[in-house]
Design a protein around this ligand. Sequence first.
Ligand SMILES: Cc1cn([C@H]2C[C@H](O)[C@@H](COP(=O)(O)OP(=O)(O)O[C@H]3O[C@@H](C)C(=O)[C@@H](O)[C@H]3O)O2)c(=O)[nH]c1=O
Length: 189
Amino acid sequence: MKIVATRLPGVLVFEPKVFGDERGFFVETFRQTWLQEAGIDQAFVQDNQSRSRRGVLRGLHYQLTNPQGKLVRAARGRVYDVAVDIRQGSPNFGQWVGVELDDVHHRQLWIPPGFAHGFCVLSEQAEFVYKCTSYYDAPSDSGVLWNDLDIGIQWPDVGVPFQLSAKDIAMPRLCDKAAETLPPYDSRP
Ligand SMILES: Cc1cn([C@H]2C[C@H](O)[C@@H](COP(=O)(O)OP(=O)(O)O[C@H]3O[C@@H](C)C(=O)[C@@H](O)[C@H]3O)O2)c(=O)[nH]c1=O
């Protein structure tokens, strides 16, 4: 497993070794030691899975209290995954990074606590699987608008119109968020 830095400090790509043979493939999807190797002092408490069709865009989400660090991957299909640093006072505030995740290379993205996260689906269908460092807490579920011009995420052309939940369409822009509704910079790993 290789750990690769992205242009956004704190956001890391985990590249596992994929063993392909005539039966299919084998890949290790998680080892506790990966976190130590990456210098991440966190433990996972919740695993999630979602299924989405082409064009579905989920995000940009974060949790205000007990921010969630997330280790995400596409168990099936291909997605464009995005992390945004929205930590109040961060030198990288408002900056984003996008990485393609698929069921061929099996790359995983580490999104530290305090970052907003979202993805869109590039394949006909995708199974998105992720581990979280804090439990989901509905009252502190928060978000930022996916196409906020100030963030300027370059979402790929997926060939169909994006499909978002009503909640995600109505998310506020980063500039309209009160400081107390953003995670503090010290929530970094
Ligand atoms: C995230 C989550 C949702 N739910 C419920 C709430 C709701 O009724 C239903 C669907 O929730 P959502 O619409 O928020 O699902 P979704 O849009 O897939 O939310 C996810 O998006 C990606 C981008 C993330 O980063 C995740 O952390 C999470 O926020 O599932 C849970 O019970 N536990 C959870 O951990």
